[in-house]
Design a protein around this ligand. Sequence first.
Ligand SMILES: [Mn+2]
Length: 243
Amino acid sequence: MPSRKKVRLIHTSDVHLGDQTGHPTAEEALRAVVDAVTRLRGDMLLLVGDIFDNGRVSDAVVQSFLGQVARLGTPAVLLPGNHDLYDEDSVYQRKVFDAKPPNLHIISETKGQAISFPELTLDVWGRAMPSHTPDFRPLEGMPSLRNGHWLVALAHGHFHFADDLDLRSSPIYPEEVAAAPCDYLALGHWDRHVDVSQGRVTAVYSGTARGPSTNDPVAEVTVVDLDPEGGVSYRQTPLHSAP
Ligand SMILES: [Mn+2]
């Protein structure tokens, strides 16, 4: 068994690129996230769904995104969400992605897929969302990896608190989180940061990196530390760098 290394993840979601009217700060927020990965000495960027606002965004918007990812000195793992589904018409199936930078890893298996990063002693698992329905269970099929690596899971969906009895699409239940074999569950779908950790599993919605207005365009990211001695911890960190 390899000994696990210390790993720092920068976790964000719900950027909504390509919707200038509804999400005018998306591009600036993404740029600030990419800058923050270097500034905060992250080893990997996690993009947990709704990175694009819809499947009709222009190729120019996609190219701009790929250009930002190419600026990173680290791997980036992207999980499609309900606004950027992995279906037949998915933005991620477009030709423009043939020229994606080699550090961008897109989770595209709708039954689940683990991507291994041996240099970080880290495996990242997720299920690409083919349709946003109550039948799609983002955590279903998460494997217990036995290679001694950290296991980080990505999921885009709605966490059900105990008193939340509505039937929602892409549901995530507390008992599923508690039973998940991962060390960290990186969540997306909610614009606000919420900690929904259960039992031994640290589970966090990063919230969006977008700020509330064009005057205040960037918000925060989640900085996650996987430490063989200290365990799993995280902090919310503002994207405004010191002047
Ligand atoms: Mn969503």
